[in-house]
Design a protein around this ligand. Structure first.
Ligand SMILES: *[C@@H]1O[C@H](CO)[C@@H](O)[C@H](O)[C@H]1NC(C)=O
Ligand SMILES: *[C@@H]1O[C@H](CO)[C@@H](O)[C@H](O)[C@H]1NC(C)=O
Length: 345
């Protein structure tokens, strides 16, 4: 038994009894290519050995939410203490991304919201507090005829716990952070009760668009008193005000939810590749999460793999399952967490 791991597991279990239950994004699928997300069951315990992924990392092993009291904290940007992934996934403007969640609790009705923020020069090296997010998707109440109603995340559950979001056709090419978020409203009848689950991925958007929509920094997206943040879902409602800034005018107005068949697996290349290697990796980027050159010497030292190796992994099987070997067993069981949640209703 490794002490550090058991201590971490214990911490995770203890925190699970305090915060209510939950989920996270396990992977995304872009044009049939699977890219793993931030595996909370193993990556937080791997330090610099965690694989390069496009997903932002977080020590939030308990799968928990953020609360309205966190809205002015940088944690709200991409989750607790999040740091940008060193990889990115390439996607053409106009293409859709399927975002796969762990099993989402049925009681957690609420909106599904997606934002993009342009990253200069790339997402791995930005100051996250300066990222300006514009909303590209926001699905709140879908059907209010029953109590509680059907919300965006009920559609997500019906869609195999996944969500399809379209990258607007008109945005200028470049690097973007995708901020995908579920807000659970089961305890939102009173101020402070909403639960936010933001999950971020780095993208490289290609295309010939020119729009650079204005956005707002993460710490100004919401206020604890916003209409859609304080909201009682246990009464008959005919509408729900999706929180956050208004939808970008070039966003798709409605995306029919569907799953994306996985035809191959894209894998991140080594972090800290030299600039030559990074360029070469970028050239092969259409099906690969490519590492972004960073100035982090600490990170580069653990990863000396060549760009050639990077290119060869583009369509091999995923490395994700094997990472679990180095990890404690998957943290908190959602069934237990759910009971905690039900209590809050
Ligand atoms: C998040 O960062 C703060 C400030 O650096 C630190 O005190 C806290 O322990 C961190 N939380 C986790 C879960 O790592
Ligand atoms: C549904 O989600 C699971 C992961 O939870 C995945 O393995 C499976 O391929 C998905 N099914 C479809 C049809 O996308």
């Amino acid at each position: 038994m490794r002490n550090i791991q058991s201590a971490s597991l214990l911490t995770a279990l203890l925190s699970a009894t305090k915060v209510a239950a939950h989920g996270h994004v396990t992977n995304i699928v872009v044009n049939g290519v699977y890219y793993e997300g931030w595996d909370i069951g193993s990556f937080p315990y791997m330090g610099d050995n965690a694989p390069t992924v496009a997903a932002w990392g977080t020590p939030n092993t308990g799968n928990g939410p953020l609360a309205p009291e966190d809205y002015s904290s940088p944690d709200i940007i991409c989750h607790q203490n999040a740091t940008a992934g060193n990889g990115y996934v390439e996607v053409a403007a106009g293409d859709s991304i399927n975002i796969q969640w762990t099993e989402w609790p049925e009681s957690h009705h609420g909106p599904v919201i997606d934002y993009l923020a342009r990253c200069e020069p790339n997402c791995a090296s930005v100051d996250k507090t300066e990222l300006e997010f514009f909303k590209i998707d926001g699905v709140g109440l879908v059907d209010g005829s029953d109590v509680p109603g059907t919300y965006g995340d009920d559609q997500l559950i019906a869609n195999n716990n996944s969500w399809l979001v379209q990258i607007p056709e008109g945005i200028a090419p470049g690097y973007y952070a995708l901020r995908h978020e579920l807000i659970a409203l089961h305890s939102a009848g009173e101020e402070g009760g909403a639960q936010n689950y933001p999950q971020c991925f780095n993208l490289k958007v290609t295309g010939s668009g020119t729009d650079k929509p204005a956005g707002v920094v993460g710490t100004e997206l919401y206020k604890s008193t916003d209409d859609g943040i304080i909201f009682n879902i246990y009464q008959e409602v005919s509408s729900y005000p999706v929180p956050g800034p208004t939808l970008y005018s070039g966003a798709a107005t409605s995306v029919k939810q569907a799953t994306s068949a996985i035809t191959s697996t894209g894998s991140a290349s080594a972090v800290g590749a030299t600039s030559a290697a990074a360029t070469s990796a970028a050239a092969s980027a259409s099906t690969t999460a490519v590492s972004v050159p960073t100035s982090s010497a600490a990170k580069s030292s653990s990863f000396a793999t060549s760009a050639a190796a990077t290119e060869s992994v583009a369509v091999t099987t995923t490395a994700a399952p094997s990472n679990k070997a180095a990890a404690p067993t998957q943290a908190p069981e959602t069934s237990d967490d759910d009971e905690v949640c039900e209590d809050e209703e």
